[in-house]
Design a protein around this ligand. Structure first.
Ligand code: PCP
Length: 391
């Protein structure tokens, strides 16, 4: 028995692709047809008003060494559903002999669809959480093979930390987490809190889980009185008991404050999504969000040939010819164009040409940005766009 996952070698050999691409390559090779094509990746109807483009790093790792060119928006680019005139925005394009990349359409799409979905959802929850601590807790909901992907995309989207060991390692961070109900069920509440305090590295913030048995208000007071450097209490209150969760949180806050524990924070988790995070952000100090980020809707990009042997050609429903993508440095508007543009037609501002070469003849162009640089790029755009209002 083995895990039902593809190895890195199997992915690079194209073994996860849809079989019809193998058949296509076989036919083209047997008839000796060599077609130089230019194919673009766009999403026609994303599930959100804007999308964070993610997953490019794995595409480059997959395609390295193949005689193709790749043009892309920088990973972390936040782009709207359509450009100013309503055209879909190409996030990436591949150029070369179609036979050299035909079989990789499936894995390439898989890389950017899932990573972009998770990063976009994380960014939306980032906006909902304001400046409160936001941790990615959702690897437990998905296949363990992709834990590092989930955590990297969550972090790029704006989470402050990730819970899995390997996910944190992939982004060069320490994993973030608190304590599970299992610790309390095996040791009893007070011993669990005390032993955690005694045995766990002091670098780990003391956040006591207080929803296992009793009422959160009284448990919070008890934890604050037992653990000398208590950083926060975590409420993971089951949905069967949540009721007006915000009122429970207010009670806990009140009872801690009235007893001089203003410095003990409140951390919440369990079933949180954009709306509940937005509702609670002014009365809590941090969030652990799992399923709604790790199980985020994928962004259903498609790859479409738009030029064959230098001539525009696209299927029904798509726009032929290779395109340029511009973003105005002043008003942030996007423009898709088949010709050079100098100035923003809306505000006259300077235009940034966004679709740049990231691979030429199989070689990665320049140094790939570090994960923190990509995350900062996302956050800088979110601040600029101010959530849904600006996009
Ligand atoms: C869950 C666990 C996860 C949280 C909630 C994510 O609590 O703490 O980190 O929940 P979400 O996926 O709904 O956002 P439990 O399932 O009670 O697990 P545990 O006892 O290990 O805390």
């Amino acid at each position: 028995m083995k895990f039902h996952i593809a190895s890195e070698e199997e992915i690079k050999e194209g073994k996860t692709t849809d079989v019809y691409f193998i058949r296509t390559r076989e036919i083209l090779e047997r008839v000796g047809v060599k077609k130089k094509v230019y194919a673009e990746f766009t999403v026609m109807n994303p599930p959100y008003p804007w999308v964070v483009f993610a997953g490019l790093d794995e595409v480059l790792h997959l395609m390295e060494g193949k005689p193709i060119n790749i043009y892309a928006l920088p990973e972390g680019t936040v782009f709207p559903r359509r450009d100013k005139r309503g055209y879909p925005i190409p996030v990436m394009a591949i150029e070369g002999d179609y036979r050299d990349f035909a079989v990789y359409e499936t894995p390439i799409l898989g890389f950017i669809c899932q990573a972009s979905g998770i990063a976009t959802k994380a960014a939306r929850i980032r906006l909902a959480a304001g400046d409160k601590l936001l941790l990615s807790f959702g690897v437990r909901r998905m296949h363990p093979a992709i834990a590092p992907l989930i955590d990297r995309a969550s972090y790029i989207g704006g989470c402050d930390g990730v819970s899995s060991i390997l996910g944190a390692e992939h982004i060069g961070k320490e994993p973030s987490g608190t304590m599970p109900h299992a610790l309390i069920l095996t040791l009893g509440e007070e011993k669990a809190w005390s032993f955690f305090d005694e045995f766990i590295s002091e670098k780990v913030p003391r956040i006591a889980l207080i929803d296992t048995f009793g009422d959160e208000k009284f448990e919070a007071i008890k934890a604050a009185e037992i653990i000398k450097d208590l950083k926060a209490v975590r409420l993971d209150t089951p949905s069967s008991r949540r009721g007006r969760f915000a009122d429970i949180i207010r009670e806990v806050r009140w009872e801690l404050d009235i007893r001089g524990h203003e410095d003990v924070g409140i951390f919440v988790s369990g079933g949180l999504d954009e709306d509940t995070v937005r509702e609670l952000r002014d009365i809590v100090d941090g969030f652990g969000v799992g399923t709604s980020i790790s199980n985020a809707k994928t962004i259903d990009y498609a790859m479409d040939i738009v030029e064959v042997d230098g001539k525009p050609l696209a299927k029904k429903g798509k726009f032929s010819g290779r395109k340029r993508v511009y973003r105005c440095r002043e008003c942030n508007e996007y423009f898709v164009s088949n010709r050079e543009m100098e100035k923003c037609p809306v505000c006259g501002g300077e235009l940034e040409s966004m679709l740049q070469p990231v691979m030429l003849n199989g070689e990665i162009v320049g140094e790939y940005p570090e994960v923190d640089e990509i995350r900062n790029y996302v956050l800088e755009q979110l601040r600029r766009y101010d959530g849904d209002n600006g996009l």
